[in-house]
Design a protein around this ligand. Structure first.
Ligand code: 1QQ
Length: 382
């Protein structure tokens, strides 16, 4: 089957090439370079679009699509996105990634949404020599999977210490309780950082509690935490579980601040938990109220297109497509290896998250901003 499909697509490609040559004269750099020297490329997207964490994927694809409109309108590079749903599941993420990778016209992948998914998709992409850029994968070790694996998202190892330091100082905290999901790479990685950082800061960890994805009752863990009366609760969770935990904690009369990682930095926490989300402290690479023209223009355009404010996940995705466009422009052709090399070279690219460069491992260095939920919205926490 694949052979026949390949043959057919080869025939079509040859036909297209003849057509292109007839229309635009010589095209010496292959079919990805247009007659006017611009590059055309197809990029595969793997996103969490259905299921309990679908708001992450929705924000991410919104960010991609807004950037796509602008990039294609400008015309230095022409991009087509092929978007697939992973449903937040490892196996599905791998299946759709394999489908995208087997299309020779697809030059790179964006996503998947969760580190847990990237943990299986990243090695496969690396093996196949296709560049992959995670826009929301924040667990330790993601870019280290291989040379073709990049991310532009704020790692938990930078986010959590920033949030914890401010939370401890503001609350004169001496004791903490930790609560984390033990069936997800991101929530486990967040926990590792929380524990290490709490120890480094000399905090007394009163208890460490765990939960699983989709859990709806946290009574046992929260009763124990309430009895121990910590100054802060450090919770490593995706928004769905995180919001329910805060709601149940507040209903039990636990009113101490929560410190969370990237998963908690979603408007969904406020949407689901309402008043119970007050006092949540997170660190973020994105703050939509920054008084910078680039940031404000993005916020305005995003609101016009989608009727909501962009969150961290939308902003990271928006910048990520610009990173890809810059990589393609510099590579001069839609070639997987050339794109990998040019991505690695990107320096100080202006984005809504600030100036962007990859470090030597394809990871990112960023200065996070710390926010707290107060009066129903994320506000600067100083
Ligand atoms: C990860 C994350 C999640 C919060 C993405 C939605 O950071 O899985 O790495």
């Amino acid at each position: 089957m694949r052979k026949i499909a390949k043959k057919t697509s080869l025939l079509i490609s040859v036909f297209m090439l003849i057509l292109l040559a007839a229309c635009s004269g010589t095209n010496s750099e292959g079919d990805s370079t247009n007659a006017d020297g611009t590059v055309s490329a197809k990029i595969g997207v793997i996103s969490y679009l259905t299921g309990p964490g679908a708001a992450y994927g929705e924000a991410i694809t919104n960010g991609f699509n807004l950037a796509l409109d602008e990039i294609n309108e400008k015309g230095d590079v022409k991009i087509e996105l092929v978007i697939e749903d992973s449903a937040g599941k490892q196996e599905q993420a791998l299946t759709v990634a394999q489908k995208l990778m087997s299309d020779d016209d697809i030059v790179a992948l964006l996503g998947p949404t969760l580190s847990t998914e990237m943990n299986v998709v990243g090695p496969e992409a690396d093996l196949n020599g296709i560049p992959i850029l995670g826009t929301s994968t924040t667990a330790a070790g993601i870019p280290q999977i291989g040379d073709y694996v990049f991310r532009n998202s704020l790692p938990e190892s930078l986010a959590i210490p920033a949030a914890l330091e401010k939370a401890v100082a503001a609350n004169d905290a001496k004791t903490v309780a930790i609560l984390y999901g033990n069936d997800d790479l991101f929530t486990k990685s967040g926990y590792d950082t929380m524990k290490k950082e709490a120890e480094n800061m000399g905090l007394d960890i009163l208890t460490i509690e765990t939960f699983q994805k989709g859990q709806s009752d946290y009574n046992a863990q929260l009763t124990k935490i309430k009895d121990l009366n910590p100054d802060l609760i450090l919770a490593s969770a995706l928004y769905n579980e995180g919001a329910v935990i805060m709601d149940q904690a507040r209903k039990m009369g636990i009113d101490v601040p929560f410190v969370g990682g990237n998963g908690f930095n979603s408007p969904q926490v406020i949407e689901i938990a309402g008043d119970a989300s007050e006092g949540l402290i997170v660190a973020t690479p994105w703050f939509g109220e920054k008084d910078e023209p680039k940031v404000q223009e993005f916020v305005k355009k995003y609101e016009e297109k989608y009727g909501a404010k962009p969150d961290q996940f939308a902003a990271q995705a928006y910048d990520a497509l610009y990173i890809m466009a810059e990589g393609l422009k510099n590579a001069g052709e839609a070639d997987r290896d050339a794109l990998r090399d040019s991505l690695a070279e990107i320096k100080d690219l202006d984005g809504v998250l600030g100036k962007f460069s990859f470090d030597e491992e394809g990871d990112v260095v960023m200065e996070p901003t710390v926010l707290i939920i107060k009066e129903g919205k994320f506000q600067l926490f100083e």
